[in-house]
Design a protein around this ligand. Structure first.
Ligand SMILES: [Zn+2]
Length: 582
């Protein structure tokens, strides 16, 4: 759906970006802009900027950017329409809803209510006579009463329609139960029945406190051992982490990532209230981005078996890409944190946490395991590969420390290893210098957008297109000087669409700004446009504007969009139009 443009404009005016962002980020003024620590990636120096004039934000670190609506979408994890509703609510504006969205949102709210009521139902069953076996299981697993309360644990009775009957009585329909993933339909009879039966139930709660699904664990040997709610309009496994609603408030300063919710719950019970678990999926980029909003430091505590170690190897680059620092906790004498805590207690685990390895150590140990260091030939190969890896570490101290460690493992002197590392380091420096020189010779390659999904096919034209749009954004009156420059003349479809949208807004008497471009641009596109609009601070002049226009038309003609005659006519008209105060 589209909200009326005038409403969106009003929404933006009533929610000044600097006010909205200030509720999440501490901002300090520097010149015409405000700076703060980016809420979307871990950082120590402020590279997140807000421009009150343009009503835009942009992070020079992770390249997120856009207007106030995008900011709310990102930080609250909301869809475009929900972000609009959020801001309307904040400013006390009434949202002009259309019917389709109103019913979609109503369904969402209805399913949240259903899941909350289902959680209460399961909880009542746990403490009913039927739940006796489940309570015994909980006691057997060593979970305290407090933990059961904190996580809202419950019990799904063994019958086929316990939940169905109870929820129908409360006024929910079978369709709603199916939409929430709580009921299934029999292929034979067409009748509905409960998805979760005879299971210990763990409500899955999103960061805003809504129950969005359940995990159910069997109490006997039947399979599957763990059963999760399927994806639904309220439950997205790629975006949610179990216990994140609790962990986000933790004061520990790091978040512990575990493989299963029993591990997360055990950690909470032993005082590590920042443990979270993914929900039957491998760690995703969305998970990493969510985590980076609340911490800079992740401790990975995946199982010590091979599957767990593979998962660790996959997770590290995803987390690091989101700007997170990663430590890997290696457990000995237990396969997972749950077992470790029961065997050795919280103090030993705390010790493990303090000693947990950073990534360099992990890489080094992985490398060590690949070689048989009792054989000379393999030792040489190990040392050479270790030197390469260590040479890539940013600080001299780290290079020295890990160099010495590798030397010790291979039984050589630290001095000999230092020479190897320094050689590898110098080779690397000279490689990088050459790469920089190559780039300086051909600067155009730099001009490609940060986002890999946006590519300029004609850099000469694209740079002019960017320049033209930058000037229009600063001086919308220039739109009168573009003659009949068409969006098709742009070599970059994205910049062409932007030009079309801005021109359309100007014709309708709306504000010409990127902040109000909404749904038809993806978050990535808007971030790129924001960066583009702030890239250069050149003076707005009619001369420069005409130069840009000329290049775009030239390149357009060259690519066959315009005929030469078109071009001549346009050029003539441009020459006649002077007088803009350049
Ligand atoms: Zn950032």
């Amino acid at each position: 759906m589209a909200f009326p443009a005038a409403f969106i404009d009003e929404l933006i005016v009533r929610n000044p970006i600097e006010d909205v962002v200030s509720q999440y980020v501490e901002l300090k003024r520097k010149g015409g802009r405000l700076f703060g620590l980016c809420p979307f990636h871990g950082e120590k120096t402020a590279s997140f900027s807000v421009s009150p004039d343009a009503q835009l934000y942009y992070c020079f670190g992770c390249h997120k950017g856009g207007g106030v609506i995008n900011f709310i979408m990102d930080i609250e994890g909301l869809s475009y329409p929900d972000a609009v509703r959020f801001l309307a609510n904040r400013a006390g504006l009434e949202v002009p809803e259309d019917e389709a969205y109103r019913s979609q949102y109503k369904l969402q709210e209805r399913l949240w209510a259903l899941c909350r009521d289902a959680a209460r139902y399961y909880r009542r069953q746990l403490f009913s006579p039927e739940g006796k076996q489940a309570v015994e299981y909980i006691v057997g697993r060593g979970l305290s009463r407090q933990t059961v309360t904190n996580f809202g644990l419950g019990f799904a009775p063994p019958g086929w329609s316990g939940l169905l009957d109870a929820m129908k009585e409360m006024g929910y329909s079978v369709d709603e139960l199916m939409a929430a993933g709580l009921a299934l339909r029999s292929q034979k009879s067409g009748g509905a029945y409960d998805r979760f039966r005879n299971r210990l139930m763990f409500p899955i709660i999103d960061i805003r406190g809504n129950v969005i699904g359940f995990g159910g664990r069997v109490m006997d040997d039947s399979t599957p051992k763990y059963l999760n709610s399927p994806e639904s309009i309220i439950f997205n496994k790629r975006k949610n982490l179990f216990a994140m609603n609790v962990a986000k408030k933790s004061k520990l300063g790091y978040i512990i990532l575990t493989e299963g919710y029993m591990d997360a719950i055990a950690l909470h019970q032993y005082g590590f209230d920042s443990a979270v678990a993914s929900l039957g999926t491998a760690l995703t980029e969305e998970h990493a981005n969510l985590l980076s909003k609340y911490t800079e430091q992740i401790v990975l505590t995946y199982d010590s078996d091979e599957a767990g170690q593979n998962a660790t190897r996959r997770a590290v680059p995803i987390l690091e890409k989101a700007g997170l620092k990663v430590k890997i906790l290696r457990m000995e004498g237990a396969k997972d944190p749950d077992e470790f805590l029961k065997k050795f207690g919280a103090d030993r685990f705390r010790l493990l946490l303090e000693r947990s390895e950073n990534h360099a150590e992990y890489q080094l140990q992985t490398l060590e395991r690949r070689y048989d260091l009792s054989l000379d030939e393999q030792r040489v190969a190990f040392l050479s590969e270790a030197a390469q890896m260590i040479a890539g570490l940013p600080s001299a101290i780290e290079r020295e420390v890990y160099g010495a460690r590798a030397a010790q493992s291979a039984g050589i002197t630290p001095e000999a290893m230092k020479i190897e590392v320094n050689k590898a380091y110098r080779r690397r420096l000279s490689r990088e210098k050459k790469a920089r020189e190559r780039e300086a010779m051909a600067p155009a390659a730099h001009a490609q957008p940060e986002s890999r999904s946006i590519r300029y096919s004609n850099l000469r034209s694209a740079m002019a297109e960017e320049g033209l749009l930058r000037m229009i954004l600063r001086e919308p009156a220039l739109l009168d000087q573009t003659g009949d420059l068409a969006p098709e003349d742009f070599s970059s479809p994205l910049l062409g669409r932007t030009y079309a949208a801005l021109r359309e807004r100007s014709r309708e008497g709306l504000q010409v700004s990127l902040a109000a471009l909404g749904e038809s641009f993806t978050a990535e596109e808007l971030a790129h446009l924001t960066q583009m609009s702030q890239k250069k601070n050149e003076l707005v002049s009619e001369d420069a504007f005409r130069d840009y226009l000329g290049i775009i038309l030239d390149e357009s003609a060259r690519s066959g969009v315009r005929t030469d005659q078109d071009l001549l006519a346009l050029r003539d008209r441009l020459k006649q139009k002077k007088g803009y105060g350049g």
